[in-house]
Design a protein around this ligand. Structure first.
Ligand code: GTP
Ligand code: MG
Length: 435
């Protein structure tokens, strides 16, 4: 308040949230997803006034939600002074435009909110470039829809000549070229930053790599800080971390591992957005072990595990060994029984609190054990050794296979017990410093 009594606190935009449920059996999931959208909106500094789930048999092609529902909601929005309608589902630009044109409602979708948060949280140059790349990739396929109205409006007004009716088409071409050029430049710049990073990391080449992955807000950065003694940003917000950070830690006498903290995953994350976080992807793909951090106190945690596994699969990282880490056990209280249930269901997993430090010492023992069980190695099999190569499928998890002039180069995760069988073909062991 100013001395004159005028309230100067900035007003947050107000929104209604809508989830469209096409199958009644999915109602609970829709509700959970809508709750998550509420957290996303709050993180994006939007005030959520009310949430609605609309049951429909099919989506309305023109407006996604249908005329009746939108008329009703518009009346409610006017009454409550609400500016935005945010859909949990992905709506096409034409639909958003129709909703504005026919009902005077500004409509956004979940991906746009996530992009907004990324934009707000990007701090380093690399993260900013990655976010910009994600935005452009999101826009590109949507351009056509964005500009086609130009042609239609001019055509419909009857005033446009034949020549000007193609203006929208031309504009799409111009915009597409501008966006593609910018994507090319950004990719080039990110490549350069990546090469620089790789050179810096060369000296850590021999250390084993452990990467923290998991649903957003699971406590990855908190665990990273706990293990490394660092102080990276921890916040009760979605997508607090956008930059990956790596630190070397001694987990055994003279035995160092490099641990990295990465951007979190979320359900329904469009592929193009994941692909933009290349630093994270690289850390994940290079890892000898992934620590999949799960917030055990979240009722949706098993859904979260599935969502993270599906992203890992999508990026081709499903074969990298994983240690499941259930975090926030300090919050379980009377639900401590969940820990027992999950330890049966998810064998070999760890239960910790990054906050209090409970069991984090044991976690490091499990990391050490797991790293010793299986290691990542590269082999070169001469073409005449096809039989042994075929056997590799039985005794290891093959990550990649390349045909070279000298034979087939294979990168695989293999147990120490099996390594001796193929040791003659070994060209690189991830822990080459240790025999
Ligand atoms: N009670 C409790 N809270 C925790 C624990 N670990 C993390 N938190 C809290 O959970 C919130 C998210 O923690 P972060 O470490 O930022 O989570 P993150 O997985 O890195 O999240 P993003 O970077 O946003 O994906 C913060 O408010 C932390 O204080 C824990 O073991 N117990
Ligand atoms: Mg984080």
């Amino acid at each position: 308040m100013t001395p004159e009594g005028i309230d100067t606190t900035p007003q947050l935009p107000k929104a209604f949230l809508v989830g469209i449920c096409l199958d009644n059996r999915e109602y609970e999931n829709s509700q959970r997803s809508l709750d998550e959208l509420e957290k996303l909106a709050q993180t994006a500094e939007i005030e959520v006034v009310e949430k609605f789930i609309q049951n429909r048999k099919t989506i309305d092609k023109a407006t996604y939600a249908g005329k009746g529902f939108l008329e009703e909601i518009k009346a409610k929005m006017d009454m409550a002074n609400v500016d935005l309608l945010i859909f949990d589902n992905e709506i096409a630009p034409t639909q958003a435009r129709n909703i504005m044109k026919l009902h005077g409602i500004e409509a956004l979708d979940r991906t746009e909110i996530i992009l907004d948060i990324f934009h707000m949280h990007a701090k380093t140059k690399e993260a900013m470039l990655e976010v910009r790349l994600a935005e452009l990739k999101y826009q590109l396929p949507r351009l056509k829809k964005l500009w086609s109205h130009l042609d239609r409006e001019r055509g419909a007004s009857g005033s446009a000549s034949g020549a000007s009716r193609g203006m929208g088409e031309k504009q799409i071409e111009v915009d597409r070229r501008i966006i593609k050029d910018e994507i090319r430049l950004l990719t080039h710049e990110l490549d350069r930053i990546m090469t620089q990073k790789i050179t810096q990391r060369k000296k850590r080449e021999n250390a084993k790599k452990v990467c923290l992955v998991g649903y957003t807000n699971a406590g990855k950065s908190s665990l990273f800080n706990r293990i490394t003694g660092e102080n990276v940003l921890v916040e009760d917000k979605l997508f607090a971390t956008l930059d990956s950070t790596a630190r070397s830690v001694e987990i055994d006498k003279g035995d160092n591992v490099v641990i990295s903290d990465t951007v979190g995953f979320i359900s329904n994350l469009p592929h193009s957005l994941i692909a933009s976080f290349r630093a994270t992807l690289k850390d994940v793909m290079d890892a000898d072990l992934l620590l999949h951090v799960v917030d055990i106190a979240d009722d949706a945690c098993e859904e979260h595990i599935k969502a993270v596994n599906s992203v890992l699969k999508e990026i081709g990282a499903e074969k990298i060994p994983v240690l499941l880490v259930f975090n926030k056990i300090d919050l379980l209280g009377e639900y401590r029984v969940r820990e027992e249930i999950f330890s049966d269901k998810y064998e070999g997993s760890s239960f910790i609190s990054a906050f209090t430090g409970e069991n984090t010492g044991n976690l490091l023992n499990s990391v050490r054990e797991k790293l010793n069980q299986a290691i990542r190695c590269s082999f070169l099999f001469p073409f005449e050794e096809q039989k042994i190569l075929a056997n590799m499928h039985e005794i290891s998890e093959i990550l990649s296979k390349d045909f070279t002039d000298y034979g087939v180069q294979v990168t695989a995760v293999i147990s120490r017990d099996n390594l001796y069988k193929v040791k003659d073909f070994l060209i690189k062991k991830s822990d080459a410093t240790k025999k």
